[in-house]
Design a binder for this molecule. Structure first.
Ligand code: NAD
Length: 257
């Protein structure tokens, strides 16, 4: 399928799943807006590399997804938004009675409230273009819970709920809104939580991967960023035009347990 002529904005896309999804969207022909909160030469170089590889007008726009006005400014600066992938996210692992308040606030802002702000700013553009796709990268933790991840689980359940509301608000329009719920994908975000989880469970790195992370994933394999990109492309296709307000799990069977 071709997404040529479409502008796709992927929040939090200079790394991990966002970058993988951005690459797949550009390969399908979309002009992609990469984003993160940094403004380094390498961020712009990454976008230029994807643009050159895919012959698309892919670029990078800095915006901090922890700030509502910057979320909205990202969409306005892009100037068009046919496909919105809300992906930016952070994690912190801690028992709730010791959970740092600043971490709680940051996780709720980046993982959940950013989706509210970008969606609110993008919908008028989708409506005037007569087509739109909103793809929220939630998590298996948007459908189930784990200990020590109260803020993340709350934010991701919030994103799944918001997905349903937005789908109902746009149900009579050629716009869909869905959430992809990945299980574990070996990205920098997952790498970063291995040391804390080792501490919480008093386990080695290998045991955390095998007995904590992939213990929940019956396939015993990490999902890949390419598979998540492919799922996003499917949600942008005509075959998915009647799929709205739902979740697609890419979790090796986690939520079937
Ligand atoms: P990652 O750390 O590799 O990527 C996170 C991205 O968000 C980065 O590009 C980072 O720069 C960006 N980001 C962080 N704070 C930001 C901010 N304030 N403003 C703008 N951008 C910001 O992590 P990832 O694993 O690729 O995670 C991407 C999304 O996928 C997250 O929402 C995460 O919750 C979700 N997810 C990941 C997994 C997994 O196993 N990796 C599983 C389920 C869901």
């Amino acid at each position: 399928m071709t997404l040529s002529g479409k502008t796709a904005i992927v929040t939090g896309s200079n790394s991990g799943i966002g970058l993988g999804v951005a690459r797949e969207l550009a390969k399908a022909g979309a002009d992609v807006v990469l984003n993160s909160f940094t403004d380094r030469d390498e961020d712009h170089a990454l976008a230029a590399e994807i643009a050159a590889e895919t012959s698309t007008n892919t670029r990078y726009i800095k915006a901090d997804m922890s700030k509502g006005d910057e979320c909205r400014a990202l969409i306005e600066t892009a100037g068009a938004c046919d496909i919105l992938v809300n992906n930016a996210g952070i994690q912190h692992v801690s028992p709730i009675d010791q959970f740092p308040v600043d971490k709680w606030d940051a996780i709720i802002a980046i993982n959940m409230s950013s989706t509210f702000h970008t969606t609110a700013a993008a919908l008028p553009m989708m409506r005037s273009a007569g087509w739109g796709r909103i793809v929220n990268i939630a998590s298996a933790h948007g459908l189930t819970a784990s200990p020590f991840k109260s803020a993340y689980v709350a934010a991701k359940h919030g994103v799944v709920g918001m997905t349903k509301s937005v789908a109902l608000e746009t149900a009579r329009e050629p716009i869909t809104c869905n959430a992809i719920c990945p299980g574990y994908v070996l990205t920098p975000l997952v790498e970063a939580q291995i040391p804390d989880t080792m501490k919480e469970y008093n386990m080695s790195r290998e045991d955390v991967i095998k007995n904590v992370m992939l213990e929940r994933q019956p396939s015993k394999e990490f999902a890949t960023v390419e598979q998540l990109g492919g799922t996003a492309i499917f949600l942008c296709s005509d075959a998915a035009a009647q799929i709205t307000g739902t979740t697609i799990s890419v979790d090796g069977g986690w939520t079937a347990l």
